[in-house]
Design a protein around this ligand. Structure first.
Ligand code: ZN
Length: 416
């Protein structure tokens, strides 16, 4: 599937020191240093295209964009892959509810998402892969798991047996009753008759009346969600020869915190069985975005859409600042004052960076790098920039506005 337009990354002077990037691993809830390598492989779960792009989506992709930017600023190669679940129950339900063709709905929402990501200056994935185009990969993954006796049938549907992976549950670290409850609330079917374990996950759904289906050796049907990401990641993020001794398949599996279980646990289990390796070195999750004190959700109907804010005249760079103004791992609230602060800070930066004389900048840039290296401390990064603003407003001189402007663009993705 077509990705979106490339983003220009300004150069940075080689005099700056980039510490190893520390990121919080959801498995341990501890910061973990990414080893220094030449290439990194990152997989971030994409949208199901029916409600694109609400601010929760936007916040998640901005966070992984910061990881991508930091590693690229270090001079590394980043292989970044994202999927789009362009066939799944929620998409079909929405198309049905609204009386529109599911393919038209998916297409329109993917187009909107691409435009939103471009507006936010998110570096596009190297591979942007749809579930429908990934069906041959999913079928190959099911065949592989089947040969390992990890697949069984319930009626005409195929399930992945979680017992096949002795490490199942080790990434999300939840008690079994919690797993069952969350599984049920996030699209799972723990109560279905005929399953060996309530947590076993659907990998191939036999075609239902009035629903689309694709041919397969297991009958006409469509793929399950977890196996989709597993198959895409294994295909589009192959291990380079230089990293063949690496005990992990990829470096980072990322997404919103609601994906850790069951989605990332299932995908990691399936990938571990297929490859004989732990799937990700680091599982990294972003907090949820609420609105005015309430959870932002489809069911409450209080989603705020990026495209609507932009259409109303808000600069996407101000939205970028507002969404990154608190720590990414926390659940955060969106409100008008947050956006106003983002707009004001952007204006202030632009005004001061257009001055011929500004406060010293080299230390500011180095400190920005330090802040980001510490689990993407954007709160600290903005604090550093605010101090520089005050110094410049107080008449301090000796800095290089162009260099700071380029560093803000490269590291934080804020085009001044
Ligand atoms: Zn996924």
């Amino acid at each position: 599937m077509k990705s979106w337009s490339d983003v220009y990354l300004p150069p940075i002077d080689g005099k700056y020191f980039f510490p190893q990037l520390a990121l919080c691993n959801s498995v341990t809830s501890q910061n973990q240093l990414l080893p220094i390598k030449e290439q990194y492989r990152i997989y971030v779960c994409g949208i199901t295209p029916y409600d694109a792009t609400h601010l929760g989506h936007a916040a998640t992709y901005l966070v992984f964009d910061l990881v991508n930017r930091y590693l690229r600023a270090m001079g590394k190669i980043v292989h970044y892959v994202q999927n789009v679940t362009d066939i799944d129950d929620p998409l079909l339900e929405r198309a049905n509810r609204d009386g529109i063709d599911w393919e038209d709905l998916a297409q329109s929402q993917v187009d909107l998402f691409r435009g939103d990501m471009s507006d936010l200056h998110v570096i596009p994935p190297e591979s942007y892969i749809g579930a429908v185009e990934a069906i041959p990969l999913v079928l190959a993954a099911i065949e592989d798991l089947s040969a390992r006796e990890a697949i069984y049938k319930v009626d005409e549907d195929l399930y992945f047996s979680v017992h096949a992976d002795p490490e199942f549950g080790s990434r999300s670290q939840l008690a079994r009753d919690e797993m069952i409850e969350i599984f049920s609330s996030r699209g799972g079917d723990p109560g279905r008759e005929g399953k060996r374990d309530p947590l076993d996950a659907l990998v191939w759904l036999r075609q239902r009346p009035h629903e689309p289906g694709w041919p397969s050796p297991f009958g006409q049907g469509r793929p399950g969600w977890h196996i989709e990401c597993c198959a895409i990641a294994l295909t589009y993020l192959p291990t380079p020869v230089a990293d063949s001794a690496d005990p992990f398949v990829i470096d980072i599996q990322g997404g919103g915190s609601d994906l850790l279980f069951p989605h990332h646990e299932m995908g990691a289990s399936q990938a571990a069985l297929i490859t004989g390796k732990e799937f990700a070195r680091l599982y990294m999750h972003t907090g949820m975005i609420g609105l005015n004190g309430e959870k932002m959700s489809k069911s409450l109907g209080n989603l705020v859409f990026l495209s609507e804010l932009v259409k109303s005249g808000v600069d996407p760079m101000a939205i970028r600042i507002a969404l990154l103004s608190d720590h990414y791992a926390k659940d955060r609230m969106w409100n008008d004052s947050l956006l106003t602060q983002g707009i004001e800070f952007l204006d202030r930066l632009r005004l001061l960076l257009s001055r011929p004389e500004v406060a010293p900048t080299s230390e500011v840039i180095q400190n920005l790098i330090f802040a980001l290296s510490n689990n993407l401390d954007t709160v600290g990064a903005f604090e550093i920039l605010r101090s520089w603003c005050v110094e410049t407003e107080n008449g301090e001189i000796g800095g290089h506005a162009g260099e700071l402007s380029r560093a803000i663009d490269l590291l934080l993705g804020i085009a001044i």
